[in-house]
Design a protein around this ligand. Structure first.
Ligand code: BEZ
Length: 245
């Protein structure tokens, strides 16, 4: 998937704003080297660098890395696939915000993360968890069924805490902290519900006519529209794990 980096920064700044809380779990230290996996436009990588750490930003989308280079001209920023990346020297920490659910093989990603870390290094991340955006996807599926369109295939996977904890352990991590919670998320973009779908579910809704997306918004509205805004039903899985083997 390729992104419109400018629209992402303009309309979806909440992704990094929430991610800033995750930095309290990472606690980057001066002198450390930290990978930001799925760094996007580099907003959080810049904060890690501002804490005095050396940051390596990795993203599979060249447009995102280009935008990140404008923000962090001196940083080590790489276009690479999280399923298949390697670094020259083991790092102290890997950080990832709202990116892991885009990666189809958690096992492969965790293998690369583990290989990139020094023993005792930490992996701190947040991702969508089981049930994430379920009201959004159910509304789109219902609207598509009504319109006689094919079943949707969503581009994300949202594990349960137990599933992800087991995968972390299998990859040689010890889980030190885990948080699983609903986090209704205000969609601040100009186009609300439909704008979110166009940005984040592009491939799954690219064949859906605008009136069907509007119908999906109508279906979701009683649940997701309140306090004069759209709120997506995000559910988060946040964790801090340490490489032990
Ligand atoms: C999330 O951060 O949970 C998310 C973002 C975009 C699409 C799906 C989920």
């Amino acid at each position: 998937m390729t992104w419109d980096a400018r629209a992402y920064d303009r309309d979806f700044a909440f992704v990094s704003a929430y991610g800033a809380e995750l930095l309290d779990w990472l606690k980057p230290q001066p002198g450390e080297t930290v990978i930001d996996l799925g760094c996007g436009t580099g907003e959080l990588a810049a904060r890690i660098a501002a804490a005095g750490a050396t940051v390596i930003g990795i993203d599979s989308d060249p447009a995102m890395i280009e935008a990140a280079r404008k923000r962090l001209p001196d940083a080590d920023l790489r276009v690479a696939d999280a399923h298949d990346f390697a670094v020259e020297q083991p790092v102290d920490a890997v950080f990832s915000n709202a990116a892991l659910h885009w990666m189809p093989s958690s096992v492969e990603v965790l293998g690369c993360v583990s290989d990139a870390l020094r023993p005792g290094g930490r992996f701190v991340a947040e991702m969508g968890a089981t049930g994430n955006v379920a009201t959004v996807t159910a509304a789109v599926e219902q609207a598509c069924r009504e319109a006689g369109l094919a079943e949707r295939s969503w581009p994300w996977s949202f594990p349960s805490p137990a599933q992800y904890a087991a995968m972390l352990e299998d990859a040689g991590f010890e889980l030190r902290e885990l948080d699983f919670r609903d986090r209704p998320t205000r969609l601040t973009g100009r186009e609300g519900f439909v704008g979110w779908l166009r940005m984040f579910a592009g491939s799954a809704v690219s064949d859906v006519p605008p009136e069907v997306l509007d119908r999906a918004a109508e279906i979701a509205r009683p649940v997701l529209w309140h306090d004069r805004a759209w709120w997506a039903d995000y559910r988060r899985l946040r964790f801090r794990a340490v490489k032990v083997s």
